[in-house]
Design a protein around this ligand. Structure first.
Ligand code: G3H
Ligand code: 13P
Ligand code: ZN
Length: 309
């Protein structure tokens, strides 16, 4: 029961047909729902914190919540900075005791990305912290910045090799067609498995990361809309595609939107069925259970990480 890096998790997952789920955390109910699921499923788990989460909940609260969850459940947890925008943010999280950080230099040129990533890797490795970087650009919404599908750039396999050699980064997020948020594909969902195969073959020992991997399950969108929501035509990554991706060297699969939908659907339903209720504990308890059930579903049926802790 400790805060651990992703090193052991990824070396176990890389040549197996499962991946570790990285779930975004923003408050106590989300932390509890995810860690209780990991405990019950005996699954490895990564809790990740975005810039938005740090702004919303304050870094000190999130760190303490994760420490409390480790003490309560007795599981190992990797605490990861999601989409670190600059060296300073990564440094702060490393100094605060995170076990893993992402430096997202995907908006920069290749050489600028290399330089920034290398700087973070050097600082992190001296302190026993692991680093994820990103090469290629995902479409979708991230920290309120919208990247249109036409501006998304898939990861170039030969550049990926050069990037890993030059930076010594521990894991690499790649762009193969997924995107952030609830609106991922305009037409038929498609991931570039050929490209993934090439990258996996060229970098057999580098754990790969898939961002934007929510499936946006219709059941939860419909449930939100049935109880007053107005979520239009959302579309996610089909779960079968994620299962297939996990069979390559994809070791970490990021899921946030699906937890948001599960939680919101439950709160809408509860308040609609109990219009007289105004005790937050009453509607946040089923919402926490909804998070837990969604994470159990992902670990068991999609990531296939159950039993691998
Ligand atoms: O990559 C984005 C994650 O879903 C985090 O979203 O920046 O709204 O916290 P956020
Ligand atoms: P989703 O929006 O598909 O859940 O992706 C989350 C993510 O990639 C966080 O980094
Ligand atoms: Zn992401």
């Amino acid at each position: 029961m400790a805060l651990v890096t992703t090193k052991q998790m990824f070396s176990d997952a890389i040549h197996s047909d499962y991946a570790v789920g990285a779930f975004n955390v923003n408050n106590m109910e989300i932390v509890q729902g995810i860690t209780e699921a990991a405990q019950e499923e005996h699954s490895p788990v990564i809790l990740q914190v975005s810039a938005g989460a740090r702004k919303y909940a304050k870094p000190a609260y999130l760190k303490k919540l994760v420490e409390a969850a480790i003490a309560d459940t007795g599981i190992d947890v990797a605490l990861h900075l999601d989409h670190g925008a600059d060296f300073e943010t990564c440094k702060q999280c490393i100094d605060d005791g995170f076990s893993s950080v992402m430096i997202d230099g995907s908006k920069y040129t290749f050489m600028e990305n290399v330089e920034l990533t290398k700087k973070v890797v050097d600082y992190a490795h001296e302190r026993g912290v692991v680093v994820e970087a990103e090469l290629g650009t995902l479409a979708g919404i991230e920290d309120d910045v919208i990247v249109d599908n036409s501006d998304a750039v898939y990861t170039n396999p030969t550049q990926a090799v050069e990037f890993v050699e030059k930076t010594n980064v521990d894991s690499l997020a790649i762009a193969i067609g997924t995107s952030h948020g609830a609106y991922k594909f305009k037409g038929t969902p498609r991931l570039d498995f050929e490209r993934l195969g090439k990258i996996s073959k060229l970098l057999p020992e580098t754990p790969l990361v898939l961002h934007g991997a929510s499936s946006v399950l219709l059941e939860f969108v419909n449930s939100c809309n049935q109880y007053g929501g107005k979520i239009p035509g959302a579309q996610g990554v089909p779960e079968d595609m994620l299962k297939k991706a996990a069979e390559y060297t994809i070791c970490k699969i990021n899921i946030d939107t699906d937890l948001r939908l599960a939680m919101t659907a439950e709160i809408r339903k509860y308040l609609s069925e109990h219009p007289e209720e105004f005790d937050p504990r009453k509607y946040l308890s089923p919402a926490r259970d909804a998070i837990k059930n969604m994470v159990i579903h992902k670990m068991r049926n999609v990531l296939k990480s159950s039993g691998h802790a």
